[in-house]
Design a protein around this ligand. Structure first.
Ligand SMILES: Nc1ncnc2c1ncn2[C@@H]1O[C@H](COP(=O)(O)OP(=O)(O)O)[C@@H](O)[C@H]1O
Ligand SMILES: [Mg+2]
Length: 495
């Protein structure tokens, strides 16, 4: 190291001075440069500071933006998550939609097939439609035809209605007429009553408006008695109870006649439609007697009731060609029947119905059995007054009918008791009052007896000479005397 005096010498030396000058000039230049540079760098620094400031504020902004970005990123993440969930849900929905789509496609296929089937059906239906249209055209023309027919039927129907109204009025009138109904004027042709002398035959109705008085018993016994005497007897059973038929024929035979349609009801049915119906086809042979006598029967069963109703209604409504009150007359008065039978005995029902009227319209005679009790006796004057004795009846039904007589049945003994005699004579008076003239009462009375009740020996050739047989023979005698001579047969066994 140099001492301080040396340093002065150094400093006072030229070189030093030159160095100092140089240094000074360098310093001045340096200062100037420093000043310029400082100025420059100060400005520069300022600029930089400003830039830094602005960068800081930009950084702050950027940080804020970043923060905001973070937040929005978080939000975005959240929304991303949400969207992912939604996407998952969406996926599921899409899956489901795809499934539905495939199902829909299946359905579409099915619908297409169905559609094709329907199309085919439609085509077929079109064909059928064309066919049906043809049919419908035919039907329309048929309907038009039917319309015409309908009009005709309608007018016929109107006519029938008017007929029905007329019928109803007639039925009402008939109901009001009560018992006098049968005496109405005949509308259709009435067969002529051939006189007994011409027919040489007796038609006898056994009648009373009371049941159980012995009509069937008297009819059966009288017929059998006449047959034994040589008469050819035809019985006609017109009581729907068929008691006379039961007496004369066994049950199986009656059933057969019913099945064959050979009973009185069948005859009436046929005759009301065809008035020329012959009775012969309905009559049964019951027995033959050695003396030429015979018993035939037109039987009846309970079905006669239905036929009576039909005949009555048809008569009231004025239907049919013949007047149904005269069917039996037309048949019995035919020469063939008149030749075949000497006596016809008709067993009547206990009331005036169309069967009874048929019997009375055909008959020459009436026999009225009666029991001597008040109930039975009071029906006889009624029968005489309202039917047999009535002028209207005689005019419209039968003016040739004669009352042969009243016969007392089921008396206590052969000879009447005092009470019976009294009743019997009272009946005579009441009958005279009703008929306006004496009405014959037969001498013969029929006592009550088992034989008469059972009718066991009815068709025996030679029955025992029982009391009942003798009684009916006596009654037959009385009746025979009343018959015109040409109708009588010579008396035989029983007389
Ligand atoms: N004289 C008589 N004696 C005994 N019984 C009789 C006599 N007359 C009728 N009967 C009986 O009386 C009942 C009624 O007689 P029926 O002849 O059938 O009467 P209708 O025909 O009037 O109804 C019958 O059982 C019959 O046998
Ligand atoms: Mg009877």
């Amino acid at each position: 190291m140099l001492p301080i005096a040396d340093w002065n010498e150094v400093f006072n030396s030229n070189w030093a001075k030159s160095v100092v000058a140089i240094l000074g000039s360098i310093g001045a230049v340096g200062t100037a440069v420093w000043w310029v540079l400082s100025r420059f760098y100060r400005d520069r620094f300022k600029n930089l500071a400003q830039q830094a400031k602005s960068h800081r504020s930009q950084l702050a902004d950027a940080q804020k933006t970043a923060q905001a970005g973070h937040q929005s990123l978080a939000l975005l993440q959240q929304s991303h998550k949400q969207q992912s969930r939604e996407i998952a849900v969406g996926h599921a929905k899409i899956e489901r939609a795809l499934l539905l789509l495939s199902q829909a496609k299946d359905k579409e296929v099915r619908y297409l097939q169905e559609g094709q089937r329907l199309l085919m059906q439609r085509n077929q239906l079109r064909v059928e439609l064309v066919h049906h249209k043809g049919l419908s055209d035919t039907l329309v023309s048929q309907v038009t035809d039917r319309d015409g027919q309908l009009q005709t039927v309608r007018s016929e129907l109107d006519e029938r209605r008017r007929e029905l109204d007329r019928g109803e009025r007639r039925i009402r009138r008939a109901i009001q007429l009560d018992g006098f109904l049968w005496t109405a004027k005949a509308l259709q042709r009435v067969p002529r009553f051939r006189p007994q002398s011409e027919r040489r035959q007796a038609i006898i109705s056994v009648v009373n408006l009371k049941g159980g008085v012995g009509k069937t018993t008297v009819a059966a016994n009288l017929g059998a008695t006449f047959a034994r005497r040589g008469y050819r007897v035809l019985f006609v059973d017109l009581d729907l109870q068929g008691s006379l038929t039961d007496l004369l024929l066994p049950l199986d035979k009656i059933k057969m006649l019913h099945a064959n349609g050979s009973l009185a009801q069948h005859f009436f049915d046929a005759a009301s439609v065809a008035p020329t119906t012959k009775l012969g086809g309905f009559v049964q042979s019951v027995c033959r007697f050695p003396d030429g006598g015979s018993v035939d029967l037109l039987g009846a069963s309970d079905n006669l009731g239905y036929t009576e109703l039909t005949l009555t209604l048809r008569w009231l409504l004025k239907q049919g060609k013949s007047d149904n009150r005269f069917l039996l007359r037309r048949a019995l008065h035919r020469p063939a029947i008149a030749k075949k039978y000497d006596i016809v005995i008709v067993d009547c029902p206990p009331f005036v119905n169309i069967s009874c009227i048929n019997a009375l319209a055909a008959s020459d005679h009436v026999v009225v059995p009666v029991t001597l009790d008040s109930r039975a006796m009071e029906r006889v004057p009624v029968l005489l007054k309202r039917v047999l004795g009535s002028e209207k009846f005689r005019k419209s039904i039968n003016c040739d009918l004669k009352i042969l007589g009243i016969v007392a049945n089921r008396t206590y003994r052969e000879k009447l008791t005092l009470a019976e005699t009294e009743a019997w004579s009272q009946l005579g008076t009441r009958c005279r009052d009703a008929a306006g003239e004496d009405v014959r009462r037969f001498e013969t009375t029929i006592p009550i007896s088992n034989e008469a009740r059972d009718c066991n020996d009815l068709l025996e050739d030679k029955p025992p000479n029982s009391k009942a047989t003798l009684t009916f023979a006596a009654l037959a005698d009385e009746i025979e005397q009343e018959l015109p001579r040409e109708c009588r047969r010579p008396a035989t066994t029983l007389s």
